[in-house]
Ligand binder design. Structure first.
Ligand code: M6R
Length: 366
């Protein structure tokens, strides 16, 4: 049931205030200063003493894993590697007994992810599943896990499952850090409050959908798009580009903003829209100079910014505003306008956004 929306994808984008809330419910209690996750608690020794955490996933779930890499390394001081499941499974990876593998999957049936964790399990690693579909193969084969509780996702393009994955992975990081003592209490409490407030902020990130629809009209005939971000927003640049490719069939590339000088900047001319994921964080000054570099080459800049950011507002051709949040939580808000932009460009081109060509909702063949 599309509940009055034109497509499942749009419905699922707009469900995110609720799905994020459901994901936190019964787990995060900011007033009490607790995170209750049985799967984490029951394996806390392995998790907090892990010599390494390896995240395996595909597609959008791999992007959620990349966000988690930044968050876990920052809070838990445990080295994290994020692997494409298909590459990991075939290359005879080095796995030690003390390693923890986190498998991230919406469907829980992705063949490459499933085989990757089977192999790692045989070699003695602890497997932790972050899965949406209850009772799915990846959930069953994992030693422990945490469900994302996003509800059924019908649109082929993953939207609400992604934000739920990021929320669960962030809670896991916070809990490990707290148990391990790698975060001080003040910051722990601050981040719990910030995370708890996200569901209330998501509607503000959705409210400009009409303006984003108009932007989609303006840019729908572009041949290529570049998406740039730094830090916690770098994976969001990748995710924004993937969404656009899937739904609108426009070629798009996501890059770390500073990396553009090493190649992609050669693409920039007056026909290239460049989407900057540039919310107010510790990288802000750096990304402002990256925007200048694009403007100097006449690229068209569309920037996702924090409300009140006068600096980037003045530089960009178009801006999309999201509410302020701690930089660790920023991806949960900055991804939303990018989901909407891809959706509206697909619709403006008359494409079947719920079932894009050549794609399957879950890739059960390698
Ligand atoms: O079910 P999974 O999360 O394991 O699926 C992984 C990818 O196939 C999936 O995220 C795919 O990239 C989506 N179509 C992205 O929108």
């Amino acid at each position: 049931e599309k509940s009055g929306y034109d497509h499942f994808m749009l419905k699922e984008i707009f469900e995110q205030p609720h799905t994020i809330f459901d994901c936190l419910r019964g787990r995060l209690d900011a007033a009490a200063g607790t995170i209750t996750m049985a799967g984490v608690q029951n394996n806390i020794e392995q998790l907090k003493n892990a010599s390494r955490i390896i995240i395996v996933a595909c597609g959008t779930s791999w992007h959620a894993g990349l966000v988690a890499e930044y968050v876990i390394e920052e809070l838990c001081r445990i080295p994290v590697e994020v692997e494409y499941a298909s590459e990991f499974r075939y290359r005879n990876p080095v796995i030690h007994k003390g390693d923890v593998i986190i498998a991230v999957s919406q469907s829980g049936e992705t063949a490459d992810t499933l085989v990757a964790i089977e192999k790692a399990k045989e070699q003695g690693a602890t497997i932790f599943g972050v899965v949406n579909v209850v009772g799915s193969s990846i959930a069953r084969i994992s030693h422990a896990g945490a469900y994302t509780h996003a509800g059924p996702e019908i649109g082929v393009a993953s939207t609400k499952a992604f934000t739920a994955q990021v929320v669960v992975l962030t809670m896991i990081a916070l809990k490990i850090a707290h148990e391990k003592g790698s975060i001080d209490n003040k910051r722990f409490m601050h981040l719990l409050n910030e995370l708890q407030e996200i569901p209330e902020k998501v509607p503000a990130a959705l409210k400009d959908s009409e303006a984003i629809r108009k932007l989609a009209e303006k840019y729908k005939d572009a041949k290529d798009f570049l998406y740039l971000g730094r830090g916690y927003n770098f994976p969001i640049a990748l995710e924004g580009a993937l969404k656009l490719k899937e739904i609108s069939y426009i070629h798009a590339e996501g890059y770390p903003a500073a990396e553009m000088k090493h190649g992609p900047i050669a693409l920039v001319d007056e026909t290239l829209p460049v989407v900057f994921v540039a919310t107010k964080d510790s990288y802000h000054e750096k990304i402002v100079s990256n925007i200048q570099e694009i403007k100097a080459r006449k690229g068209k800049v569309i920037a996702v910014i924090t409300e009140g950011d006068e600096i980037i507002s003045k530089m960009a051709d178009d801006v999309i505003v999201v509410p302020a949040a701690d930089e660790l939580m920023a991806p949960l808000l900055s991804v939303i306008p990018l989901q909407l932009l891809a959706y509206y460009i697909g619709v403006a081109k008359g494409l079947d956004v719920d079932k894009p060509r050549n794609l399957a909702k879950s890739v059960t063949v390698e």
